[in-house]
Design a protein around this ligand. Structure first.
Ligand code: HEC
Ligand code: HEC
Length: 215
């Protein structure tokens, strides 16, 4: 018995390890068909706008065009896990496979339609100053320091350029009620939470107007 185990075990181990590494290399990564991806993104755009530029209905539906894939994926998983509360997007997101999420996120990043606009133009100059310089007297850092000088975003920092002003206002006013809703699973929403909290409503309105016109 002793002899058997001592002679066979290493061999068995070797086969297992070898088999495992072959598996990892050869199992195809789950994919979605082109057709399924087109059908799904067409569905997304029935709400998010024909070019994913955002849409104003009963409530503002955000622009997804040009958004960072990393951010889109983070938000879809936050909706699925209910760390970000939104009943509509929970229903949409929880049926998506990881491969579909990757495909959709990659697609929306490639779109570049003109911003929808519609914000009061007289607020734009004040909003630009907040975006670029922050509000030192309130300890608000420049938005540009995380969202990029043109508000194009990077990785987990979302693009804000061309986003609907009414959507931005709605999100910044309600941050703590909607995001980071699972204290046991902190996420990137915690980075933005203190900043949203420090902004006054009129400052939010200004910066949202500025961002909504950026291309
Ligand atoms: C029935 C309408 C509807 C459909 C269909 C829909 N969405 Fe949404 N989506 C919304 C609304 C409304 C919001 C804004 C939620 C909020 O206010 O927090 C949203 C928000 C999002 C966000 C967060 C954006 C941000 O800037 O934080 C992402 C990402 C998103 N949707 C992706 C998708 C994808 C991908 C699809 C298709 C699989 C899709 N949506 C289909 C209505 C919809
Ligand atoms: C320290 C970095 C940092 C700074 C500075 C910052 N943000 Fe953010 N912001 C983030 C991160 C990270 C997120 C994404 C949070 C998430 O994934 O839930 C975000 C998200 C947002 C969103 C939500 C976007 C969407 O599509 O729903 C808005 C709006 C926003 N920030 C506006 C601002 C404004 C306006 C300022 C300046 C007053 C600002 N941010 C400054 C890090 C920052």
């Amino acid at each position: 018995m002793n002899r058997l185990t001592s002679t066979f075990k290493p061999g068995a181990m070797f086969i297992m390890v070898f088999a495992a590494s072959v598996c990892v290399a050869e199992v195809p990564v789950a994919t979605v068909s082109k057709q399924a991806l087109v059908a799904k993104r067409t569905y997304c755009m029935t709400c998010h706008g024909v070019a994913a530029q955002g849409f104003r209905g009963v409530f503002p539906i955000p622009r997804l065009a040009g958004q960072k894939p990393h951010y889109i994926k983070n938000q879809l998983s936050a909706f699925i896990d209910k760390r970000r509360t939104n009943a509509v997007m929970f229903r949409v997101a929880h049926v998506l496979s990881p491969a579909m999420i990757d495909g959709l996120a990659a697609y929306f990043a490639t779109l570049n339609p003109k911003p929808l606009g519609g914000a009061p133009k007289d607020l734009v100059a004040a909003g630009k100053a907040i975006f670029e310089n922050g509000i030192p007297s309130q300890n608000v850092p420049p938005c540009a320091s995380c969202h990029g000088p043109q508000a194009k975003g990077a990785d987990q920092f979302p693009r804000l350029a061309g986003q609907l002003n009414d959507y931005i206002i709605n999100k910044l006013m309600n941050w703590e009620k909607e995001r980071g809703q699972n204290p046991k699973e902190p996420d990137a929403s915690a980075i933005m939470a203190p900043i949203a909290h420090m902004l006054k409503p009129e400052q939010i309105t200004d910066v949202a107007a500025y961002l909504s016109y950026l291309e």
